[in-house]
Each structure stands twice: as C-alpha cells, then as structure tokens.
Design a binder for this molecule. Structure first.
Ligand SMILES: N[C@@H](CCC(=O)N[C@@H](CS)C(=O)NCC(=O)O)C(=O)O
Length: 204
C-alpha cells in the first residue's frame, strides 16, 4: 500500500488529491507543521524534513510533490491524468506541473514571490478564459499542481487578486469530488492521529 506523509494543506496535498482522483488505496500519516520542529523523528523518514514523503508500494521513496503526481498519473492513469509525449500539450503539461506557489517565510522574499506569482497568473488568465482545464482538453496532474498553488495563494490572502477566469477555474477545481475527498481525508486523519487541524500555510 502507498504511504503518504502529509501536513494539513501543505504541498503534500498535491499527491493526496491525486490519490483521490485515481481512487488508489493509501495510508495517510499526518504530521504537525513544521515536522522538523514538532516531529523530529520524521527526519529519519525524510532527512529534508519536508512533506510530502511518499513510500511506494513496490519500494522507493519520493519527496517532490509534482514528481509524485506525475509518477502516480503515468503509472495508474496513463493518457487520462497525465499527458503523453505524443500529445500536442505535452510541453505545456510539464511546464504547468512545476508551477510553484508563493512563500511567506521572509517578508522581502514573500513580496517578490507574490509579484512574480501574480504576473504568472496574468499569463494563465487568457488561457483559462477559453478552456476549462490547462492541457489536452481534460483535467490532468498539471491542474493539481497549479490548483495547489492557487490553494496556497488563497491561504496567503491573494485570491481576491485572482483575475475572473482564474477565480472561476479555482472554483471549478474546488468543486471536484476528489478535491473534497482529499480535504475530508486530511481532516479525519488529523483528528484520528491527534495532529492540529490548522493548515500548514496558516502556521506562523
Ligand atoms: N519542492 C518540494 C517542496 C516541499 C516543501 O517545501 N514542503 C513544505 C510544506 S509546503 C515543508 O515541508 N516545509 C517544512 C519546513 O520548511 O520545515 C515539493 O513541492 O514537494
């Protein structure tokens, strides 16, 4: 069984959402945020101290959220949740799969990152005015990657600055049943495992 180490609404939400989209069984291990402070033994699991860490059913560990989504899509949902090399949108798919959300750690970095992030949204806006999802005329792992960036931006109070087509896209993503299931799964697991339910982006 796949095991995912996760903090509430941290980047590890990407693989959690992907697991729910695919419908794969998994074990969710919740950690308080940040684990390097509140769960020191996690450093034995992932020396980087970051989430996600995903242990694969057939051995091996992965620690990059976008790479995990691509792995899960390619292995368990090829041609549906990933975009194949022969498809026209392959380049765009890989590009969006690495869409990074803003940070808040240091004020100057956060301000610069916010400007950069909002500028990138401006390039997404015309695209999403014309299509429901980013690539290949279907929902893919690229939407999970960008969707999580929008989720984090909302936690950082940036969603009021989303242009209309992006606000509508974000609403469309939130309404997906797998997204709702992923939210519920992290809530239930946090409660059952005695981990605070406060989303990682809100921890100061
Ligand atoms: N590039 C990595 C970044 C992972 C990462 O930085 N995760 C954050 C949570 S969003 C974390 O675990 N931070 C813990 C810390 O900073 O100690 C990915 O996308 O998976």
């Amino acid at each position: 069984m796949i095991t995912l180490f996760h903090c509430v609404s941290a980047r590890s939400f990407r693989p959690l959402w992907m697991l729910e989209e695919i419908g794969l069984p998994y074990e969710l291990k919740m950690l308080p945020f940040p684990p390097r402070v509140h769960a020191r033994s996690y450093l034995d699991v992932n020396p980087l101290g970051t989430v996600p860490a995903l242990f694969l059913d057939d051995a091996g560990r992965m620690t990059e959220s976008a790479a995990i989504c691509q792995y899960l899509a390619a292995r368990h949902s090829p041609g549906v949740l990933d975009v194949a090399p022969h498809e026209a949108d392959f380049g765009g798919y890989l590009n969006y799969a690495h869409f990074e959300p803003p940070e808040r750690r240091q004020q100057q970095v956060a301000d610069d990152y916010t400007k950069w992030f909002l500028a990138r949204l401006r390039t997404l806006e015309p695209l999403l005015a014309e299509r429901a999802f980013l690539c290949a005329k279907r929902f893919t792992a690229a939407d999970i990657s960008v969707g999580y960036a929008l989720m984090l931006a909302e936690h950082l109070q940036l969603s009021e600055r989303f242009p209309p087509s992006i606000a509508a896209y974000w609403k469309r993503l939130r309404e997906r049943e797998a997204f709702q299931r992923a939210l519920e799964a992290q809530r239930a697991a946090a409660r059952a495992q005695g981990v605070p339910e406060m989303p990682a982006p809100d921890v100061r």
